[in-house]
Structures are given as structure tokens and as C-alpha cells.
Design a protein around this ligand. Structure first.
Ligand code: SAM
Length: 317
């Protein structure tokens, strides 16, 4: 699909370029904020799985830049933003980058070091594995990534803090909901307007971090397993009985973002200044070392080889 036809079929892709966002995902975080006011009072925030960086840009524009530009910025320190990803990303003002794996426990230590031992007010995680197309498999791998995010959360989020995480809707959604409810009294699954209906993604908005009494981080996986086990964890307010048969919990999904605004499943006409003069913008900042870079290089080399072979046979004919 060419850039211009993608501009037409994907309004958020076009708007992202016009507004200087590195990815259309920026709108998802902005729309979640419209509904849940997630940035209020936030001084320390962690962006897990941040590359190419559009969520970090949102954090920088919403938190860091206004504080830096405010008249009393000399008295108060601007908010701290730490972004973590396996991939490197181009710099963003006010964002500290950590290249690391969120499934590795050491990553939490590195993040905390940047906060001088203090805890975060907000953790966001837009992590996604490489999708295989096998729905159950993708949902499982995604839920493992969320649990890795939750592990980091139990180390670095302050009590009362918020956690926003991408989830994949599927048969285990209610289990995940109950697992998150162990730590957050308020969990809402939200579907921002900029996330296509055809996409299985949604976002868990978890508020007021309150780990169970006497919780120790090393108990996390045992607790999470209890939620899903047939014996259940009767002392938990979201027991396994809720997950099965007539008691099964059906989790509501909340649509967020201006519902009369742009619809991500619709095509919109391109703004034509004069017939045929539309010029598609380049992406704001392509990933600097994406995992598919080697594949692109190989494809380019192969295409070049075919072209050279073609020239050779023309010359020799
Ligand atoms: N929120 C980003 C933005 O707005 O630009 C987009 C995130 S992208 C959908 C998913 C990211 O998850 C990828 O950059 C990938 O490298 C990262 N990721 C996947 N598994 C990870 C892991 N185990 N540790 C750190 N990052 C991971």
C-alpha cells in the first residue's frame, strides 16, 4: 500500500504525521487520558516497550515540556520519564532511555536507579510481541508480556499509582482481569477510538495500586496462579469461581476518545488543495534499528541481484 493510499485509509496514520507523532499509537494514549485523566499529579513515569516512541512523545509533551516551560520551573524539578525497549530509539526531549528486556528483573532496578530510589506514579506498557496470526498463541504471548509488566509494576509503582497496559481480547481476558484486580481495586478495559474494531487489542486501565496485605514481590506468580486454579483463591475478591460456567465474569469494554471524532475503521478523502496535488508526508521518525532491518536489507540485495541479472541478460542478448 502506497503512503497516499494509507493516508486515505488510515486517518490516524495521516494525522500522526501532520502532528509530528512517530506512530499513530500516540492517539490511543491521548484518548485514554481524555477518559481517565491519567497524567494528573504525575511526576515520575515509566514507558515500557516504548519504541519507536510515540507514547514517550505524549509523555514529554503532556508532562515534561509544560513543566519545563512554566514560569516556576526553576523551583520545581520537571517530571522524570524513563522509556524502556529492546530496541534503541531516537532521542526525545525529557525522556531517559533504557535499552532492555522487560521480562528481565534487572530492568526494574535500572529504572528505579533513574528515580533515585523513588517509585513511579504511572507505568504504561504498549508492549506487543511479533504477532504470529495464531490468535490463541498471540494472546498467550501478549499476556506473558503484561505479566512481565506487572512484575516490574510491583517493584516500581507507588501505592495509589496507575498502570496502563495493552491487552489482546480473547478467551482468557476475564482471567487477566481478575489477576489485575488483585493489585488494583479499579480495572477498566478500554478501547480507544483510534484502535480499530478489527484489532483484538484493548487497554487495561488499572487505578489505585494496592497490593494485597503483606504482599512480597516473590509471591507474585503464586498469587496469579491461584486466581486461575480450580481450587480458587477464596480469600481474593475475584475468585476462580467467577471464571467458569454460569458465574463467568463478562468484562465490559469502555469505548474512549471523542466518539463523534475520527473513526479508525473508515476511509477519509485526502485534503486536495487542487486536483492531484496531494503530497503525502514522510513518517516523523522511522525506527532506527527495527528487528526487521536485516530482512529488508536481504530483500533489497535480492532485488538488486535480480535487476543486475536482468541487465546482464539484456547486455548479452
Ligand atoms: N508505544 C510505542 C509507540 O507509541 O511508539 C509502540 C510500541 S510497539 C507496538 C511494541 C514494542 O514492544 C516494540 O518496540 C518492541 O521492541 C517492544 N517489546 C516487545 N517485547 C519486549 C520486551 N520483552 N522488552 C522490551 N520491549 C519489548
Amino acid at each position: 500500500m502506497g503512503k497516499a493510499s494509507r493516508d486515505k485509509r488510515d486517518i490516524y496514520y495521516r494525522k500522526a504525521k501532520e502532528e509530528g507523532w512517530r506512530a499513530r499509537s500516540a492517539f490511543k494514549l491521548l484518548q485514554i487520558d481524555e477518559e481517565f485523566n491519567i497524567f494528573e499529579g504525575v511526576k515520575r513515569v515509566v514507558d515500557l516497550c516504548a519504541a519507536p516512541g510515540s507514547w514517550s512523545q505524549v509523555l514529554s509533551r503532556k508532562l515534561y515540556l509544560p513543566a519545563k516551560l512554566s514560569p516556576d520551573s526553576r523551583e520545581s524539578n520537571p517530571p522524570l520519564i524513563v522509556a524502556v525497549d529492546l530496541q534503541p530509539m531516537a532521542p526525545i526531549e525529557g525522556v531517559i532511555q533504557v535499552q532492555g528486556d522487560i521480562t528481565n528483573a534487572r530492568t526494574a532496578e535500572v529504572v528505579i536507579r533513574h528515580f533515585d530510589g523513588c517509585k513511579a506514579d504511572l507505568v504504561v506498557c504498549d508492549g506487543a510481541p511479533d504477532v504470529t496470526g495464531l490468535h490463541d498463541m498471540d494472546e498467550f504471548v501478549q499476556s506473558q508480556l503484561i505479566l512481565a509488566g506487572l512484575t516490574i509494576v510491583t517493584h516500581i509503582l507507588r501505592k495509589g499509582g496507575k498502570f496502563i497496559a495493552k491487552i489482546f481480547r480473547g478467551k482468557d481476558t476475564s482471567l487477566l482481569y481478575c489477576q489485575l484486580k488483585l493489585f488494583f481495586p479499579k480495572v477498566t478495559f478500554a478501547k480507544p477510538k483510534s484502535s480499530r474494531n478489527s484489532s483484538i487489542e484493548a487497554f487495561a486501565v488499572c487505578e489505585d495500586y494496592s497490593p494485597p496485605e503483606g504482599f512480597s514481590e516473590k509471591d507474585l506468580y503464586r498469587l496469579l496462579k491461584e486466581v486461575g486454579s480450580p481450587s480458587g483463591a477464596d480469600n481474593l475478591d475475584c475468585s476462580s469461581a467467577w471464571l467458569e460456567g454460569p458465574n463467568k465474569v463478562y468484562i465490559p469494554f469502555l469505548a474512549c476518545g471523542d466518539l463523534s471524532g475520527y473513526d479508525s475503521d473508515r476511509s477519509y478523502p485526502l485534503p486536495q488543495v487542487a486536483e492531484g496535488t496531494y503530497k503525502s508526508l514522510d513518517p516523523v521518525q522511522p525506527p532506527i534499528a527495527p528487528p526487521y532491518k536485516r530482512a529488508l536489507e536481504l530483500k533489497k540485495a535480492a532485488n538488486q541481484g535480480i535487476r543486475e541479472l536482468g541487465n546482464l541478460s539484456i547486455d548479452s542478448s
